[in-house]
Design a protein around this ligand. Sequence first.
Ligand SMILES: O=c1ccn([C@@H]2O[C@H](COP(=O)(O)OP(=O)(O)O[C@H]3O[C@H](CO)[C@@H](O)[C@H](O)[C@H]3O)[C@@H](O)[C@H]2O)c(=O)[nH]1
Ligand SMILES: [Mn+2]
Length: 459
Amino acid sequence: MTESITTTTATDRLFTTKQAGGRFLYKIYFTIFLTGIFSLLYYRCTHILHDHLVLWLLITLAEFWFSVTWIFQQGFRWAPTFHSTYPDELPSDLPPIDLLVCTADPDREPPALVANTLLSLMAYDYDVNKLAYYLSDDGGSELTFHAVYQASVFSKYWLPFCRKFNVEPRAPQVYFSSEEDVVNERGRQSFRQEYDAVKAKYEQMQEQIARATRLRKVPDEVRKGHKGFKEWDSKVDPRHHQPIIEVLIRGDGEDRDVEGNPMPTLVYVSREKHQGHPHHYKAGALNALNRVSALMSNAPLVLNVDCDMHSNNSQALLHAVCFFLDPKEGHRIGYVQFPQSFGGITENDLYGNGVKRIYEVEFYGTNAHNGPMYAGTGSVHRRESLNGRKYDPKVQLKVEDKSVRGNKNWEDLAVKAKALASSTFETGKPWGKEVPQNLRSRFNTFSVCSYCKESMLDT
Ligand SMILES: O=c1ccn([C@@H]2O[C@H](COP(=O)(O)OP(=O)(O)O[C@H]3O[C@H](CO)[C@@H](O)[C@H](O)[C@H]3O)[C@@H](O)[C@H]2O)c(=O)[nH]1
Ligand SMILES: [Mn+2]
């Protein structure tokens, strides 16, 4: 750990940091508890039960172990630290973000779920010209490609609807399962009409995806809708297949929604698989996506999300960007992560699937020590940190727009990207060896991994 986050309250900041109040009460509790522990251990050591030695040893060891774990836990409880973000203060020119979504198996991660996740992310409240989505399909499945294709069609209705009526949450499956907005009618007949029309389109999409998934076949008339389906003209084995890269929505104002607004870029990526070449699961998929996205849009910020998590806050990216663009501490931040929460598994969350202790207590505690470790899905990384750039306190890192804009040759880009998604690309290179090690050591010192109060993801 080099330096810790300074406690700030200045108004020119995009985020400020505050420690929990009333901590003296915790310190009193800590002192009493610690005295109790030491008294107990002192008592055990001075009152050895020679008649029941094994019993005495067991109970002393158990109490000693409890004491050690309790003391180690104090680092997480000592100084809960909270960050507040100020998205209203952000400049109008925001940095581009590449959003990487991973899926691996159409049976364990149903295509309808993948479509829902993508749509919730595509509807983020952000400049769409700055967003590019990459869906990595390690299952190489036509059913998943079909769901992504259907999502790309429906998004042309869904995105303007969300924007116009400030819809929340923007995962259509969740939004349409609650009738709240309809009951309130939002005071306007026009809302009701548009709601019904978009809901009908959504149900049509769901039906198409469900039918293809049930029959395990995409109907011929749908296959004609996109040339990408040709990749599956011959059978694609998930463990052994060619790289597949298909651009479904062209950004930079080329493809437009039903109201004529520009759309974010959407690309389907299934990296090449070759028996005998290790693919390194999600890490391998993200390395391939890192390269493909660098070629096609090269945003300085990269969000990764698992396909079974949807976003429940359309402002999430704005909050994340507040950390990276902060004039005082932005350059020190390597990644910003949002808590992941698993909802609806059991009523009352009997088995703690919401992981509340970690996300609602301990992560705030680790904010006092440069932030929690990287926990996977729902994290926005600075691309430079992923590529192993060393942290140097003298260098102010800038989140500048490095993407190539203007008229893109999408066909050409897809062809070039296939070379980067080949199974042999990493052979003889440090990918998957040196790069993750760099990540491990650098993130301890480089990154202030910040925790946003707004929870972005749940299922
Ligand atoms: O060969 C593979 C295997 C998995 N995945 C994807 O990786 C993600 C995570 O895999 P999953 O099996 O769903 O793991 P979980 O335990 O649900 O995920 C938690 O644990 C993982 C690390 O173990 C983290 O990466 C995740 O972010 C975190 O949510 C999913 O989107 C998968 O589709 C791939 O892309 N390729
Ligand atoms: Mn999962």
